[in-house]
Ligand binder design. Structure first.
Ligand SMILES: NC(=O)c1ccc[n+]([C@@H]2O[C@H](COP(=O)([O-])OP(=O)(O)OC[C@H]3O[C@@H](n4cnc5c(N)ncnc54)[C@H](O)[C@@H]3O)[C@@H](O)[C@H]2O)c1
Ligand SMILES: [Zn+2]
Length: 265
């Protein structure tokens, strides 16, 4: 979206809050990676609006995985794996803020591993990661390369059992340790930045209710049902918004020519 005055004022406030804090926590969703060309689920060009025999929520469910493992993997390889995706300005900025000692943790619903690729260390992956896969028989680890180079249902080299992605499918529970760590970070956070999530997938969407501070920032290209809860609401692309928060030196070089919708000053 184009920069507008209220957005620019909000971005200035966000800059100030970031400058003043050393206890920022980020909580994000699929929208953080759309600028890395990984589609989200709910945008107009997202996965929900493409034509498949079943909605993604059905295919990515535990029941479907068990009953139609081959079809699950067909969709999964086509639509969930982006081995060439690169971190965008949002991922990079968050990694920078952590390195500067300002950001404590990134809590993500994403499964693409891009925060770690950007250099973030404390990343809580609520929904797991496509980069990790385990044999259901013997537990042997497999990287994403193995999933990509095999066809049909990937099987363990050692025991022949099916390999399952370390991804939390619909109907499956979230990891308790990861959840409680995430809640703890959010509870203690001074600034909570929530970005690129429609805040409709529970239990993760309920996490913002644990925040106790008065600097809740929502960054989303569209309105969300939680906008009213925010102390600061910015409607824009998260890479562009966090991109202009970047240290003065890398702003101009980092914004692509056709992408200068947010002015730097
Ligand atoms: N990259 C990934 O790993 C990936 C991609 C798709 C889906 N998923 C999984 O599907 C679930 C879907 O839930 P969700 O709420 O995270 O995603 P979602 O698809 O429900 O919502 C994404 C939100 O981000 C917004 N958005 C899209 N591009 C944006 C941008 N550049 N800047 C700011 N906002 C932007 C959209 O308006 C939307 O509200 C996730 O929990 C995740 O596990 C993961
Ligand atoms: Zn095995």
């Amino acid at each position: 979206m184009a920069a507008n005055e209220s957005n620019m004022a909000a971005i200035e406030t966000l800059k100030k809050w970031i400058d003043e804090s050393d206890n920022i926590v980020f909580f994000g969703g699929a929208g953080v990676s759309t600028e890395s060309n990984i589609p989200d689920f709910r945008s107009t060009d997202g996965l929900y609006n493409q034509q498949y025999a079943y909605p993604p929520e059905t295919i990515l469910s535990h029941t479907f995985y068990r009953r139609n493992t081959k079809e699950f993997y067909r969709f999964y390889r086509n639509k969930m794996l982006y081995p060439d995706a690169k971190p965008n300005r949002a991922h990079k900025k968050l990694a920078e803020l952590e390195a500067e000692g300002k950001l404590k943790a990134v809590i993500t619903q994403n499964i693409d591993g891009l925060h770690q690729k950007a250099g973030s260390k404390e990343v809580l992956e609520l929904h797991g990661s496509v980069l990790r896969n385990y044999c259901e028989g013997c537990g042997k680890f497999y990287g994403v390369d193995y999933i990509l180079k095999t066809e049909g249902v990937p099987k363990c080299e050692d025991c022949g059992a099916v390999i399952k992605p370390d991804v939390v499918l619909y109907e499956e529970g979230l990891n308790g340790v990861t959840m409680s760590k995430a809640v703890d970070y959010i509870r203690k956070a001074d600034v909570l930045i929530v970005g690129g999530t429609s805040l409709t997938v529970y239990p993760a969407a309920g996490f913002i209710d644990y925040y106790r501070g008065n600097k809740l920032v929502l960054i989303n290209k569209d309105e969300t049902a939680m906008d009213y809860k925010a102390d600061l609401c910015i409607h824009g692309k998260i890479g562009e918004v966090l991109g202009v928060i970047s240290t003065e030196t890398d702003i101009s070089t980092d914004i692509e020519e056709d992408d200068k919708t947010v002015k730097t000053d």
